[in-house]
Design a protein around this ligand. Structure first.
Ligand code: ATR
Length: 285
């Protein structure tokens, strides 16, 4: 029940109506009986500084930050974690006694999803990462932090963007840049991660792989897309005998990490996944 002591969490973005974060977080808060609520806030870019001033004034305990504010919001924070600084984006703000602290939980989200949802205790030595946008930045950062990953093939339609990303994140020769068109010919990869928009609504009939020759039964294919829940790429993986996961796990695990930062409590992640699925069904109805 909302009372005089209830603390407020939320998500800011533009647009915001499609977000599944309120469903996920409110489900976890209810399951644990915590005295918080989580609300969506529509914030246009021109209103961002006022929104952050409002966060301080209203003593909002925590916010998730989504498109298009993940970079711009950094100007209004008191501290930014090393991870968020290197990735160059903040998706979580925690209000600690009036100080706004910025974090990025996407890197945690992908690794945790690969390990828990993908069943990979250890990541393989060779990984292919498709795409070089905002999501790829966090994923490349996360992969570089895993010592067992020796080589990352970073393939993008616009090769220049992949080169810039690889240069920004360093990686001491562990990142090999190439064109997305080369993906069919790559060999010996144990993990392929798609962070491109190919396969995502409204492009659900597309796949980053024209010929699935690089797929084999000892690998995992991780698509960060969750709309649709099964992409063409995931079907190609299945046909080749490979395991595949969608982006729902990454979404839930990054949210779980934000939740823990705000409340100090680990949330029930499966309840968050179920709430997100219900939300998708309602949105599709
Ligand atoms: P996100 O934050 O989800 O990563 P983004 O920053 O807009 O979104 O990045 C989109 C990614 O999808 C990029 O890697 C983009 O490739 P380019 O850098 O060449 O634009 C990729 N992408 C989008 N549409 C694509 C298409 N039709 N074919 C191949 N790649 C595409």
């Amino acid at each position: 029940m909302i009372s005089g002591t209830t603390q407020v969490l939320g998500v800011i973005g533009d647009p915001i109506a499609h977000t599944s974060s309120p469903a996920m977080h409110n489900a976890a808060l209810a399951a644990l009986g915590l005295d918080f609520l989580y609300s969506p806030f529509h914030v246009e870019p021109a209103e961002l500084s006022q929104a952050l001033a409002g966060m301080r004034a209203l003593e909002i305990a925590g916010l998730n930050v989504t498109v298009p504010h993940k970079q711009a919001v950094m100007d209004y924070l008191d501290e930014i974690s090393e991870e968020a600084r290197v990735i160059g984006a903040v998706n979580t703000i925690c209000n600690r006694d009036g100080r706004l602290l910025g974090y990025n939980t996407d890197a945690f989200g992908i690794i945790q999803s690969l390990r828990v949802d993908g069943g990979m205790e250890e990541l393989p030595p060779r990984v292919a990462l498709l795409g070089a946008g905002g999501a790829a930045r966090a994923i490349l950062y996360a992969l570089l932090a895993q010592e067992e990953v020796e080589e990352i093939l970073l393939l993008n339609r616009t090769v220049d963007k992949a080169e810039t990303l690889a240069d920004d994140l360093g990686g001491e020769g562990r990142v090999v840049v190439g064109s997305l068109a080369e993906v069919g010919g790559i060999e010996d990869i144990g993990l392929l991660i798609n962070s491109t928009a190919l396969g995502m609504h409204p492009h659900e009939e597309t796949s980053p792989l024209e010929a699935p020759a690089c797929l084999h039964e000892r690998m995992l294919v991780a698509d960060i897309v969750y709309n649709p829940l099964q992409t063409v790429l995931m079907r190609q993986a299945e046909d080749a005998g490979a395991r595949s996961i969608n982006g729902l796990g990454m979404l839930a695990w990054q949210g779980a990490r934000s939740f823990e930062i705000w409340t100090g409590v680990q949330p029930p992640v499966m309840a968050m996944v179920d709430a997100a699925l219900e939300q998708f069904e309602r949105a599709g109805a």
